[in-house]
Design a protein around this ligand. Structure first.
Ligand code: UTP
Length: 302
């Protein structure tokens, strides 16, 4: 019997971020701010909250700032202490203590499947989590924890699912599945970015997985799929032959921070949840409304 605990989590962050150019030309997409911290921080917090202790980031050439962010910043910390800014010092220091993080370079962005394969030396001993940090979730229970709970109960691989409009299926990996009970589906097949006509349904895989190490030999075949990339979905679709693959329609709300629209929506939504920042958002909206429809001047009033 394999260990039902999932203590390792992979973060593939070596993608080029073309949907967010030009800002991603030299800045890691994962380091763009989401209110007061970078996007990547939300994924890391989710992994820790879900019980993962060892985090492995698969990084690329323009992603060094991620490593720096989670490292200790000796100079900044001593200046903050000298100036008596204990509150800020503690906040900054805590970032470097958050988790045990390892970094592996994906030398060429050959696709998500290849990025996961780069993590094999650290994850071949048991089931491991995968977090695509572009997908930021707001939920009562961390979405990775929801997946791990299904893995503990049923064993096997588990992916996060969301129902999407049929017109949008070509943006995602789409599953063919049968309902197993509650929000859990047994996955029979999956296809990466199908056309609406080809799609076997409208349940899409979102950026959270509990994966079996059996994925590695399949990825090592380096099958080139959609977009000329080594796709995780192409390897995963062969897993149901040897073990169950479950899909959980997660509880929570997702923001695709890999696009400007999703990133902006996430910033506004998270700001609205903060008592201080929500009034700033409302003031901006009110001011904007007044600019469009100026209030009548005193003398103009009837
Ligand atoms: P995306 O498909 O969102 O690609 O990758 P991307 O490069 O990040 O962004 P766009 O599409 O060009 O705008 C999904 C996840 O897989 C990682 C990405 O960093 C992201 O977390 N990835 C993708 C890699 O780590 N390596 C790759 O070769 C490709």
């Amino acid at each position: 019997m394999t260990d039902p605990n999932v203590t390792k989590c992979l973060f593939p962050v070596a993608g080029l971020g073309t949907r967010f150019l030009p800002v991603t030309k030299e800045i890691a997409k994962e380091m763009l701010p989401l209110v007061d911290r970078p996007i990547i921080s939300y994924g890391v917090e989710e992994a820790i909250e879900s019980g993962c202790r060892d985090l492995i980031m698969i990084t690329g050439r323009t992603k060094r700032s991620i490593e720096d962010y989670f490292d200790s910043s000796f100079e900044l910390e001593s200046v903050l202490r000298e100036r008596g800014r204990t509150d800020l010092y503690e906040k900054i220091h805590a970032i470097s203590e958050m988790a045990n993080i390892l970094y592996v370079r994906q030398r060429e962005p050959l696709g998500l499947g290849h990025a996961v394969l780069c993590g094999e030396p650290f994850c071949r001993d048991g089931y491991f989590g995968v977090i695509l940090p572009d997908d930021v979730f707001v939920s009562d229970t961390a979405v990775m924890a929801q997946l791990i709970e299904v893995h503990r109960r049923l064993g096997g691989t588990v992916v996060a699912l969301e129902e999407v409009p049929r017109s949008e299926v070509s943006r995602y990996g789409i599953v063919q599945s049968e309902l197993a009970g509650g929000n859990v589906h047994r996955i029979l097949d999956m296809v990466e970015k199908p056309s609406p006509e080809e799609a076997p349904g409208n349940l899409a895989i979102m950026g959270r997985y509990v994966l079996s190490p059996a994925i590695f030999p399949l990825l090592a075949e380096r099958h080139v799929g959609t977009g000329g990339e080594i796709q995780l979905t192409d390897a995963m679709k062969r897993l149901p032959r040897t073990e169950p693959v479950w899909g959980l329609v997660y509880r929570g709300r997702r923001f695709d921070c890999g696009t400007q629209k999703g990133w902006l929506a996430a910033n506004v939504r998270l700001a609205l949840e903060d008592p201080e920042l929500s009034s700033v958002v409302f003031d901006i909206v009110d001011g904007f409304r007044r600019e469009i429809r100026p209030c009548p001047k005193r003398d103009d009033r009837i």
